[in-house]
Structures are given as C-alpha cells and as structure tokens.
Design a protein around this ligand. Structure first.
Ligand code: 13P
Length: 246
C-alpha cells in the first residue's frame, strides 16, 4: 500500500506574517491522525520559522531546491545539510520552473536528487512535458528521458527512495488540469519505466490541482497524491485537497 501524500509548493510567495497565519490555519484544520501524509515547501528564508511552527504536528516540511554541493564557496546555494539542519524532510528537484528559468538540465537534476539522498532527504523529482511536446506526441519520450537521467545517475534503488511528481508544464498555473485519464496514462507509463521498483513509489500529480479536481485525480490507481501550487496558499483549499487524498 502506498500512502497518499499532498505537498504544497509555495513557490516565491509569502511573508513572515502571511506564512505564520497560513500555517496556523492549516494546522487548525488538519488536526488529529490522518491517512494522508502532508507537507509544505515554503521559500528558503522562512523554513526555520516554519519548522518551529510545525514541530510536533502532522505536517512535514520541505524545500523547493537543493545544491549539488555539500558546503563551501557557492554563493547563493543551499546545501542538503542546511535543509536537514532546519528540519526539512523533503526537497523538490527539477521543477519545470527551475528547468525553464534556470537552465537546469536533467543531469543537474539527477545530481540534486543524489545530493538529497546523501543527506537523508526525500527528493521529489518533478517531470513533465510542455504543450508543444504533448501536441507533437513527445510526452512519453520527454518524461522517459527526464526519468532515465536520474535512474542512470542514482540507480533504480536510489530513485525508489524518492517521490515522483508528474507536472505537465502546460497545466502549471494555467487553470488547465490534465483530465484524470490523461494523468493516469502518464503515471502508469512512469511506473512501467521504473519496473518493479516503481510499484512501491509514490507518483504525485501537479498542475492546477484544486479541491474540485482532486477527487477525480486521486481516484486513479497510479496517482498517489498531489504537488499543489496556487491552491496550497489558501488553507481551506489545501486542506480540502488533503482530505480528498484520504
Ligand atoms: P499550480 O497548482 O499553481 O498549477 O502549480 C503546480 C506546481 O507547479 C506545483 O509544483
């Protein structure tokens, strides 16, 4: 049995006050014991304060990126040790916004995935195709290549220690969600590529997930939760999505 997980990716949003209010509301609405695992990924400057607020709660903490390096003269970078030091358990790697705006290649993403594993963090590997790639029938090729780069670098047993998030680029922040069937097709392909190791891995869907689309997505057999952007900034919507995962 794969435990469903919902992760909120706050991206570059929030402030000291807004974050503490948002977390307080989430904690208030997500009390008690739950089947679904839940985590949030605030921007770097707010991780330490979030860790304090989430201490002893059922909401985990993750970061949005990680350096491939352990320490030293790497201005602006944040290492895996720093992330664990402030209480992170998860880290996103290869988000399409990093690939697109920061030129991150699949090889670099693979190194980040390994850097996370080396420090005991759970990497959440984001993969996904653009609209042009989908329209040209390249979806499986693109996703296969993004996955294989990580498999080659970390090995299948390494990859199996992480989580995969399928995020079609055309569905991110656009209000367009893949239909549950479209998402399921890709999730099942991802599982097939990963072989027996893939059976136990959690594969999340991301891309304009909202409370009203969550249930249909989570009803698919290979969808094990969601990576949520915009809707994770509103406690009521985020918690509704977490509930749908139970
Ligand atoms: P939205 O939910 O805002 O489309 O963002 C998805 C995403 O990129 C999560 O990582």
């Amino acid at each position: 049995m794969r435990r469903q997980i919902v992760i909120g990716n706050w991206k570059m949003n929030g402030s000291v006050t807004a974050n503490s209010e948002l977390l307080a509301e989430i904690l208030d609405q997500w009390t008690g014991v739950h089947q679904a695992e839940v985590a949030v990924c605030p921007p770097y400057p707010y991780l330490a304060a979030a860790a304090v607020q989430l201490d002893n709660s059922n909401v985990g903490l993750g970061a949005q990126d990680i350096s491939t390096q352990s320490s030293g003269a790497y201005t602006g970078e944040i290492s895996g040790d720093m992330l664990t030091d402030v209480g992170c358990r998860y880290v996103l790697v290869g988000h399409s916004e990093r690939r697109e705006y920061h030129g991150e290649t699949s090889e670099l993403v693979a190194e980040k995935f390994q850097a996370a594993l080396d420090k005991g963090l759970t990497p959440v590997l984001c993969v996904g195709e653009t609209l042009a790639e989908r329209e040209n029938g390249k979806t499986f090729d693109v996703i296969g290549q993004q996955l294989l780069a990580v498999v080659e670098h970390c090995g299948l047993p390494g990859v199996a220690k992480g989580i995969i998030a399928y995020e079609p680029v055309w569905a991110i922040g656009t209000g367009k969600t893949a239909t549950p069937e479209m998402a399921q097709d890709v999730h099942s392909y991802i599982r097939e590529v990963l072989g027996p190791e893939g059976d136990q891995m959690r594969i999340l869907y991301g891309g304009s997930v909202k409370p009203d689309s969550a249930e249909g997505l989570f009803g698919q057999k290979d969808i094990d939760g969601a990576l949520v952007g915009g809707a994770s900034l509103k406690a009521e919507d985020f918690v509704a999505i977490c509930r749908a995962a139970e």
